[in-house]
Design a protein around this ligand. Sequence first.
Ligand SMILES: Cc1cc2nc3c(=O)[nH]c(=O)nc-3n(C[C@H](O)[C@H](O)[C@H](O)COP(=O)(O)OP(=O)(O)OC[C@H]3O[C@@H](n4cnc5c(N)ncnc54)[C@H](O)[C@@H]3O)c2cc1C
Ligand SMILES: NC(=O)c1ccc[n+]([C@@H]2O[C@H](COP(=O)([O-])OP(=O)(O)OC[C@H]3O[C@@H](n4cnc5c(N)ncnc54)[C@H](OP(=O)(O)O)[C@@H]3O)[C@@H](O)[C@H]2O)c1
Length: 492
Amino acid sequence: MAPRCWRWWPWSAWPRTRPPPAGSTPSSRQQFSTQEQTPQICVVGSGPAGFYTAQHLLKHHAQAHVDIYEKQLVPFGLVRFGVAPDHPEVKNVIHTFTQTALSERCAFHGNVVVGRDVTVPELREAYHAVVLSYGAEDHRALEIPGEELPGVFSARAFVGWYNGLPENRELAPDLSCDTAVILGQGNVALDVARILLTPPEQLEKTDITEASLGTLRQSRVKTVWIVGRRGPLQVAFTIKELREMIQLPGTRPILDPADFLGLQDRMKEMPRPRKRLTELLLRTATEKPDGEEAARRAVAARAWGLRFFRSPQQVLPSPDRQRVAGIRLAVTRLEGVGETAWAVPTGDTEDLPCGLVLSSVGYKSRPIDPSVPFDPKLGVIPNTEGRVVDVPGLYCSGWVKRGPTGVIATTMTDSFFTSQTLLQDLKAGLLPSGPRPGSAAIKALLSSRGVQPISFSDWEKLDAKEVSRGQSAGKPREKLLDPQEMLRLLGR
Ligand SMILES: Cc1cc2nc3c(=O)[nH]c(=O)nc-3n(C[C@H](O)[C@H](O)[C@H](O)COP(=O)(O)OP(=O)(O)OC[C@H]3O[C@@H](n4cnc5c(N)ncnc54)[C@H](O)[C@@H]3O)c2cc1C
Ligand SMILES: NC(=O)c1ccc[n+]([C@@H]2O[C@H](COP(=O)([O-])OP(=O)(O)OC[C@H]3O[C@@H](n4cnc5c(N)ncnc54)[C@H](OP(=O)(O)O)[C@@H]3O)[C@@H](O)[C@H]2O)c1
């Protein structure tokens, strides 16, 4: 989507002669100019949405002050806890976020769980505007029998485990089985498959946690099935990630040419990205590789395969019912055409033996506070162009606004839109008048509740510690996993 045309008007040039808001007194009118000079804005969440919202507000309003509240002790959301360790270039956005955090008009307050340590109404009282950018922290459940068996994990937890998310550090997945099944065919599914199958020595120089690397070194997983309920034209992953899988050292792809029959003719009408992706799938499924590639695949000890038209129906237990032994898949066919076609069961089923099931069918946002509207079906905060419906002064951006899809660049564009909306409302006099105390009031509240926020300079100390811990192993960092240890290192 192209950015909407929005003319920037320097704050100092905004009209001062606007009629006062209805019901305002002369003294509140005087105060209004104070608010105009220093709007106090609060952002909840320090992932890409939070940081890009803050960046845009600071850039386009010369006086605005932005406080970012984050539940983790450390910043950057899924850039730290989601993006795969073997994709370090994606994490370069952290440099831009750091510049924003170092602005003297911006402050980071980690270790503050909004909705628990401080409520959204309390934030709205302290600030002229509040932006909710708290992402999608849950996973979508499969809602099938056996989902709770040992050996079944959400991709979200598995990703959190190898990326050092404190709550997942004890996950300890058992990788002693031969076959793993990943349910879902999005980019997260490919990330997880790649991490499971990459030769561990190739991960040694990344920021993957040492504990998960140790488990991956012991892994006996030889085959990974990536299962989709629809067909090759509906996969949700993208070409770059598919290419990485095809080229993964020590592995070979397993694609059934029968799944691709008739697709050649339909490619002409496809949008270019889908066409290129389908061409690569088709070539991999149907063409014999050349000499060197054929030799590489012939000696590959590990394999990954795409299984289409299969919908998860039941996780099958081992005879002692102590762990997963397989998955029952409903065979499906498509109704409708193209990307919007949907899967319907044919009535047939297939059992796929496996010792590990990773459910990668998407993330899900949680409601944050009873005062904030939430659409449980879509898993988003209902909003119009980033304005939370029926709550003046409350905005949202990122995955909690749009739902859990889109890369960092999509999240950036979306966050800039929300920031523009907020600045337009500020300019139109739609936000509360009079000065607001901002973080001074919230810090006092937090202190009275025994909460000790982490500042950005605290994070810089933890960052330096992680970098020095990684140095001896030639890693960019060795992440700190235990919040208590982090607090101890900060002398708390
Ligand atoms: C596994 C995975 C890998 C990905 N890899 C890539 C990639 O390689 N390239 C790419 O472009 N995109 C990638 N993405 C997509 C990208 O991460 C998202 O587009 C982006 O992170 C969404 O930003 P967000 O700020 O909305 O959410 P998040 O990044 O989740 O940030 C939300 C923040 O809010 C905080 N928070 C939550 N609740 C509270 C609360 N109650 N109080 C205070 N703070 C709170 C969270 O701790 C978090 O820090 C990946 C996504 C996933 C899931
Ligand atoms: N390298 C990268 O750039 C990168 C890496 C990771 C993530 N990301 C981005 O992050 C976002 C989230 O990725 P994601 O993989 O979690 O989500 P996603 O792209 O939405 O993929 C979810 C997958 O789960 C399937 N699914 C959903 N519900 C299902 C059900 N009930 N039963 C069976 N299958 C089901 C979907 O199939 P249907 O299509 O049939 O619903 C789809 O294949 C995406 O935008 C992704 O591109 C990017």
